[in-house]
Ligand binder design. Structure first.
Ligand SMILES: NCc1[nH]cc(CCC(=O)O)c1CC(=O)O
Length: 333
């Protein structure tokens, strides 16, 4: 709880680089509509928790300006590196990322300070004429840039023609009803961008587990600032232990599979009745075969290692079932 006398800081969008000044917290963000929607929410919460002024500093990344495919760019890691470099260079103090775009490997000098309450982790179908997946006509054209989503779609509907898709949310949605019958996107991105009305079906996580960390945000800082004020106060106010535990379990699974962000791996952790459960699936790229695992442990909020151990155990089980032979797991991490 905020003491009643705590002043609430101003939040503003910086037009250019912001020099550090006493009392100001600078949040680095990508400039896309989705990134700004996410970082604005975080900025407002941090201003309220700390009473400090908060500047949103837009960092342009190579991935934002390039028209190459994500695979050519080397995965979503390109978006992340620019923000991390800005942090390390002192151009901003915090960075807000979509957690699913954050590589699972450690980054020297950088730490995750908080994982806030998670948005909808599900994938969403956006189809023409309000259609559901089952109602799409035979051979329908459907767009996704994700090998996991392609495999899941083909597993459910081998007749579909899956097409590569990239660009920002508006570009992707713009293809529905033109050259594509439907696209699949993260529900969280659509909800946060005010585009929920385009969703015609949200897939159940038990049948369609999504990318580790999907729907969650990760707030990064310089490792040296992790326990320093005012950052600590901001992290304590923003972190959601449940979202944090679930995201850690999913990410630890991905790390232990030595899988990259393009690997056909879905994961869904949840906290229910005092237990942390993790369900994960690895797909053959054509969706014709899949391996599943579900594990659960009694959750102890005081034990930060538990989600990590759970994720690793699930990965071991999938590897023992032959996950590395079934699917190309490697790639950019
Ligand atoms: N891969 C790109 C990406 N990274 C985060 C989101 C959406 C927001 C989220 O999942 O947190 C998206 C778009 C999508 O997958 O449709």
């Amino acid at each position: 709880m905020l003491p009643p006398e705590t002043p609430i800081g101003r939040v503003f969008r910086a037009a250019g680089p912001q020099p550090a000044r006493a009392g100001l917290i600078r949040i680095g963000t990508r400039g896309s509509r989705l990134a700004l929607a996410q970082s604005t929410t975080v900025a407002e919460a941090i201003a309220a928790a700390t009473g400090r002024d908060v500047a949103l500093v837009t960092i342009t990344t190579h991935g934002d300006v390039s028209r190459e495919s994500l695979a050519q760019l080397g995965g979503t890691g390109v978006f992340v590196s620019a923000l991390r470099e800005a942090l390390l260079a002192g151009a901003c103090d915090l960075a807000v990322h979509s957690l699913k775009d954050l590589p699972t490997g450690p980054c020297e000098g950088i730490a995750i300070g908080a994982i806030p309450v998670r948005a909808d982790a599900r994938d969403a179908l956006c189809a023409r004429d309000g259609l559901s997946l089952a109602a799409l006509p035979a051979g329908a054209n459907i767009g996704t840039g994700s090998p996991r989503r392609a495999a899941q779609l083909l597993a459910a509907r081998p007749d579909l023609a899956v097409h590569d898709l990239r660009g920002n949310v508006d570009t992707r949605l713009g293809r529905v009803g033109t050259d594509l019958d439907a696209v699949v996107l993260a529900a969280a991105g659509l909800d946060r961008s005010g585009l929920s009305a385009a969703i015609t079906e949200r897939f159940d996580l038990s049948g369609v587990p999504t990318a580790p960390g999907q729907g969650a945000l990760g707030i990064e800082c310089r490792a040296a600032d992790l326990r320093a004020q005012p950052y600590l106060a901001a992290f304590e106010a923003l972190d959601d232990p449940e979202a944090h535990a679930c995201a850690l379990a999913e990410r630890s699974l991905l790390a232990a599979l030595e899988a990259g962000c393009a690997a056909p791996v879905g994961a869904a952790a949840e906290l229910r009745d005092g237990a942390l459960s993790l369900h994960a699936t690895v797909y053959r790229l054509d969706g014709g075969e899949q391996l599943d695992v579900t594990l659960a442990e009694d959750w102890d909020p005081a034990d930060p290692e538990l989600p990590i151990t759970l994720g690793r155990a699930a990965a071991r089980e999938l590897l023992a079932q032959g996950a590395a032979e079934l699917a190309p797991l490697g790639g950019d991490r």
